[in-house]
Design a protein around this ligand. Structure first.
Ligand code: ATP
Ligand code: MG
Length: 567
């Protein structure tokens, strides 16, 4: 590896991990052509979340795609809340979404919008359609509308209210707005084509009566626009050029185009669909994450086992690692499934050179060095990151009593076990060679303490005369900090698959293990989002929620090894 990589600025580590962009993705190809042909003279994209939950890794892809395109073309990027359905929307979600988008680094500058601010324009568009004879007030019930709609193989049937006069429609729509009708009593429908092979075009409902209080507009409105009518208007009002959404909206595109054309927007936006990001064996959908939260199976939307953006943040993922992962997964029209190990690879690559490597013992076992002077403590030097000398070194205390990992000792070693067992010599990382001389046991025969002798000539962990096969880590017992380490596994049982037929989730009973551990004293005062490599145990970060000065809590972000290789 070149020297440049060893000393690279931390921020570039993840970017370098991502494969080089060799060709333009299909969206860039469309935008290139639009600019070349003069369809648009600028680029504006947006991310339009519905504030009905927290964002997840799939949304991160959409955010970074839209923001990235705006940056690439010197255009603008809007964050717009698609808050046209008051039933499920909450301020808590608005706030969390803003925090997540900011954290990801998608800078919308002052371009934060609320679709609900456009209710007057949407109303005007509806009136315009009525005046053009392109929309009508319909008295059919929801069930009747469904029955009249037809099927994929049968055309629909026209509503008996379809031919109301423009005047009657204008008057009824106004009365809908004034609150004269009950919920569901009347709707406004676009007048398109009940025989269209595309069911979305069969006189879709565009406004409904709903006496609801909205988080932004309060009780100002008792009619609310439907998504397919509202969304294109939101885009058009803002001047969005490329309205990028996921594949399930492909069949809605003709309606999108119909709305912007019939409402006569001068530079109508263009909808482009791409495939959603799916992660194999991971709960990604908002609806399912919500279920885990509401049933109290997880510790809120930011539970570190979730792939919500706030969960990933609390787990210790960096924005850079998420960006690298999203780039690695690519943009396409074809549905594909990404894998969790790819995301884990990206965080490892990002942290590898950035964070200090320290010693922590997750499952402690006492070790006493019987020939080390009682009451003496010495300071030993340890490199903070052997692959990145820029991180320097630190002094760590060493004395007669230490903790090591339980798994680093075996009274009766199995084959090829090179760590500590009676009679064997190992290296204590950064310290000395020690040889096991015996053990103490409790009444049940469990080993409670390992006894060793050390060789003072091996200070720093080196010897001119002999080699040892095993190196183990340790912490100095008198100065170690007691902490909790949380080790995570997938929240779902991968063997059984994520969902059952009834939509319930197969839970993994071992998705969270809490250990009472010891960390070296250099970690004193570490605050979230401080990240470390605990040597041999993985990357960890301070938990943002439960960590307290007298009770540190660390989340394992990811273990150190994986068989994953980027393509
Ligand atoms: P979910 O499917 O989890 O319920 P949603 O699509 O209902 O999410 P919205 O708030 O409506 O959530 O979505 C905001 C934007 O994020 C939309 O443009 C949507 O297409 C995009 N998006 C949602 N999920 C994904 C995903 N898995 N991959 C890529 N983009 C996504
Ligand atoms: Mg949605």
């Amino acid at each position: 590896m070149e020297e440049k990589n060893l000393t690279a600025a931390p921020e570039t580590a993840a970017a370098e991990a991502a494969p080089e962009k060799v060709s333009r993705n299909f969206i860039e190809t469309i935008i290139d052509a639009d600019l070349r042909d003069g369809v648009y003279d600028r680029v504006m994209t947006r991310f339009p979340p519905e504030p009905n939950g927290y964002l997840h890794i799939g949304h991160a892809k959409s955010i970074l795609l839209n923001y990235g395109l705006a940056q690439e073309y010197g255009g603008k990027f809007n964050l717009r809340f698609d808050d046209t359905n008051p039933t499920k929307e909450k301020i808590e979600f608005v706030e969390s979404i803003i925090a997540d988008v900011n954290w990801l680094g998608a800078d919308y500058e002052d371009r934060l919008f609320y679709a609900s601010d456009y209710f007057p324009q949407m109303y005007e568009c509806a009136v315009k359609l009525i005046k053009k004879g392109k929309a009508f007030v319909c008295d059919l019930s929801a069930e009747e509308i469904r029955a009249y709609r037809g099927t994929l193989t049968e055309p629909g049937k026209e509503s008996p209210y379809r031919n109301r006069s423009v005047e009657e429609n204008l008057e009824l729509f106004e009365r809908m707005k004034n609150g004269e009708f009950a919920d569901g009593e009347k709707v406004l429908r676009a007048k398109i084509d009940m025989a269209s092979p595309n069911i979305n075009m069969r006189d879709p409902v565009i406004y409904r009566v709903a006496h609801l209080t909205h988080h932004n507009t309060g009780d100002a409105w008792c009619i609310y626009p439907m998504y397919d009518f509202a969304h294109p208007i939101e885009d058009a009002v803002e001047g969005v050029t490329h309205s990028i959404c996921t594949l399930e909206f492909e069949d809605h595109r003709p309606l999108y185009n119909w709305v912007v054309e019939e409402c006569e927007f001068p530079h109508p936006p263009k909808q482009i669909e791409f495939a959603k990001l799916y992660l194999k064996n991971v709960v990604t959908g908002k609806r399912y994450i919500k279920k885990l939260v509401e049933e109290g199976i997880v510790d809120g939307w930011d539970d570190p086992r979730l792939v919500s953006i706030s969960g990933l943040r609390r787990r210790g993922y960096t924005p850079e690692s998420i960006r690298a992962f999203v780039e690695m997964s690519g943009i396409s029209k074809a549905q594909s499934i990404a894998e969790m190990p790819a995301l884990e690879y990206c965080i490892r690559e990002d942290l590898k050179l950035k964070v200090p490597r320290v010693m922590a013992v997750l499952h402690p076992l006492r070790l006493v060095i019987d020939n080390y002077p009682e009451g003496q403590t010495e300071m030993l030097e340890a490199s903070n990151n052997t692959e990145n000398p820029e991180l320097g070194s630190r002094q760590i205390p060493f004395s007669r009593e230490l903790y090591i990992e339980q798994e680093d000792f075996m009274e009766v070693p199995v084959k090829k076990y090179f760590r500590l067992f009676p009679g064997n010599e190992v290296r204590l990382m950064n310290a000395y060679f020690v040889t096991c001389t015996g053990v103490d046991k409790d009444g049940d025969g469990n080993v409670t303490c390992v006894h060793c002798t050390y060789d003072p000539a091996t200070r720093g962990g080196n010897s001119d005369t002999r080699k040892v096969k095993g190196t183990i880590h340790w912490v100095n017992a008198p100065t170690a900090i007691r902490a909790t380490a949380r080790l995570y596994e997938n929240i779902v049982d991968e063997e059984k698959g994520v969902y059952n037929e009834d939509g319930s989730i197969n839970l993994n009973p071992n998705s969270l293990e809490e250990c009472a551990c010891f960390v070296e004293p250099s970690l004193a005062g570490a605050k979230a989002p401080a990240r470390f490599q605990f040597v041999r145990n993985g990357y960890f970060c301070v938990d943002a929620k439960d960590d307290a000065p007298d009770h540190p809590v660390y989340n394992r972000i990811v273990s150190l090894k994986s068989s994953f290789k980027p393509v």
